[in-house]
Design a protein around this ligand. Structure first.
Ligand code: ATP
Length: 227
């Protein structure tokens, strides 16, 4: 198992957000982390990466316990996070943003710009002059440049123009075909479910269901996803 999360608990100050999240991603698997707004998806991701350090439960990555480890060390172990609201260096060019993130491996400038040709076209442009969707592509490209063993995408297509969303989903399908291990949060179920090998559903900070997309019946969707 690449990522194993057991009974994870986390809080913001006195306010507890996670009460027992169980989640697993195996090598080469795409897992969709689902649930209505405020159910704990982003907090789970932050807790896995120790950006919001958990106070209960266990997280192991490739067998190594992550709890208590500094967030930058978690990243170096091979977790590539594309956080909600995408972060790039605004005053660096596209190429500089990508190169600044680089670590050795198959994902280099050529591979990332082959996945996102728009980034090749805009390689000399400052990141802050890109459209929102192009910035999202750059954020995913930066995460890939670190050659992560696990890519985490938190709402990577939210609020983007339809054409760009289409391109980003195509890239995600390419990543899946290439055998990348991915944990993904996204509200667009018609795009999300076909790429997911497994779904884990959260309700009020707890895992309430996990299974294959084909098993995600309308009862579960109505009860936990408000579909
Ligand atoms: P969304 O789809 O809206 O992003 P989510 O499933 O990712 O939702 P979280 O953002 O993880 O949910 O929120 C889980 C709970 O933690 C919610 O009750 C939320 O209000 C609370 N929460 C999130 N961020 C903070 C914060 N910075 N400070 C305090 N409470 C927070």
């Amino acid at each position: 198992m690449l990522l194993e999360v057991e009974r994870l608990e986390a809080s913001y100050g006195a306010s507890q957000a996670l009460f027992g999240v169980d989640l697993a991603v195996s090598e080469g698997e795409v897992v969709a982390l689902m649930g209505r707004n405020g159910m704990g998806k982003t907090t789970t991701i932050r807790a896995v990466c120790n950006l919001t350090p958990p106070h209960g439960g266990a997280v192991r990555f490739a067998g190594e316990p992550l709890r208590g480890m500094a967030a930058h060390r978690v990243a170096r172990l091979g977790i590539g996070l594309v956080p909600e609201g995408r972060r790039c260096f605004p005053n660096l060019t596209v190429a500089e943003n990508l190169v600044a993130a680089a670590r050795p491996g198959k994902w280099d400038f050529a591979a990332v710009t082959a996945l996102f040709p728009r980034l090749a076209e805009r390689r000399g442009q400052m990141a802050n002059t890109l459209s929102g969707g192009e910035q999202q592509m750059l954020a995913i490209g930066r995460a890939l440049m670190t050659n992560p063993r696990l890519l985490i995408l938190d709402e990577a297509t939210e609020g983007l123009a339809p054409v760009i969303r289409h391109d980003i989903w195509a890239a995600i399908r390419n990543l899946k075909q290439g055998g990348e291990s991915i944990l993904i949060v996204d509200k667009t179920l018609p795009e999300l479910l076909p790429v997911a090998d497994r779904c884990t559903v959260l309700e009020n900070g707890r895992t309430v269901w996990t299974g294959r997309p084909a098993e995600l019946g309308t009862d579960i969707q109505n009860r936990y996803l408000g579909v």
